[in-house]
Design a protein around this ligand. Structure first.
Ligand SMILES: CC(C)(COP(=O)(O)OP(=O)(O)OC[C@H]1O[C@@H](n2cnc3c(N)ncnc32)[C@H](O)[C@@H]1OP(=O)(O)O)[C@@H](O)C(=O)NCCC(=O)NCCS
Length: 172
C-alpha cells in the first residue's frame, strides 16, 4: 500500500493537487481552485493527507460557523446562545484510487479531534456537515453524526463535541 503522511494543512507550494480525482468534479475543482483562496481570505482551512511524493490523496476543509438555534434539534439548542457555535466540515473527499482503505475515516477523525481542541480554547458545541448525497449521509451516520431532521431527503448532520471522544474511541 502507498505510504501516506499524517494530516497536514494544505501547503500550495508543496502539495500536488493536479491529479486529485474523487469522482466528484465539484469537490476536485474546489481543492484546485478555491482552497488556497479561502485560506488567504481566512474563510476555510484545508487539511490534506498526501503520499510520500506530496500528492494529495484526501482533503477536508473546515471553517467556524453558527447554527440557527430555532432550526436546531434540542440536543444542540438546549442552553445554547443563538447562533450556536459550531465547526463546519465543508468538504471531505478521497481520491477514488484510494477509497475503502480507511483514509476518509482517518481524516474525519482528525477533524473531530481538531474540533475537540478548538472547543477547549474557543468553545464549539458541535461539528456540522451537509452530506453530498444519501450515500454520503450514511457514511457520516456511521461515524456517529445525527440528522438535523428525520426527513428522508435531508442531508444536514451534526455531532455534538461532547460525543466526539466516544466516536474517536470507536475508530481506534
Ligand atoms: C465518502 C468518502 C469520503 C469515503 O472515503 P473512504 O476513504 O473510502 O472511506 P473509509 O475507507 O474511511 O470508510 C470505509 C468504511 O465506510 C463504509 N462505507 C462506505 N460507503 C458507505 C456508505 N455509503 N454508507 C455507510 N458506510 C459506508 C465501508 O463499508 C467501510 O466500513 P468498514 O471500515 O467498517 O469496512 C469517499 O468515497 C469520497 O470521497 N467520495 C466522494 C465525495 C464524497 O461523497 N464526500 C463526502 C462528503 S459529504
Amino acid at each position: 500500500m502507498t505510504e501516506l503522511r499524517r494530516p497536514a494543512l494544505l501547503d500550495a507550494s508543496r502539495h500536488d493537487r493536479e491529479q486529485f480525482d474523487s469522482g466528484e468534479a465539484v469537490l476536485d475543482e474546489w481543492l484546485r481552485r478555491y482552497a488556497g483562496q479561502n485560506r488567504r481570505r481566512d474563510t476555510a482551512a484545508t487539511w490534506v493527507i498526501a503520499d510520500a511524493s506530496d500528492v494529495v490523496v484526501a482533503y477536508a476543509s473546515i471553517a467556524m460557523t453558527g447554527i440557527d438555534r430555532s432550526a436546531a434539534p434540542a440536543a444542540l439548542a438546549k442552553g445554547a446562545p443563538d447562533p450556536v457555535p459550531a465547526l463546519l466540515l465543508g468538504r471531505l473527499a478521497v481520491d477514488h484510487r484510494h477509497t475503502g482503505l480507511g483514509i476518509g475515516t482517518a481524516l474525519a477523525g482528525h477533524v473531530l479531534a481538531t474540533a475537540a481542541e478548538l472547543n477547549e480554547t474557543a468553545a464549539c458545541r458541535a461539528v456540522v456537515v451537509t452530506a453530498l448525497n444519501s450515500k454520503a449521509r450514511a457514511w457520516w451516520e456511521r461515524l456517529g453524526f445525527n440528522l438535523f431532521s428525520p426527513r428522508a431527503d435531508r442531508l444536514d448532520l451534526y455531532l455534538l463535541t461532547a460525543d466526539i471522544d466516544a466516536t474517536l474511541r470507536r475508530l481506534q
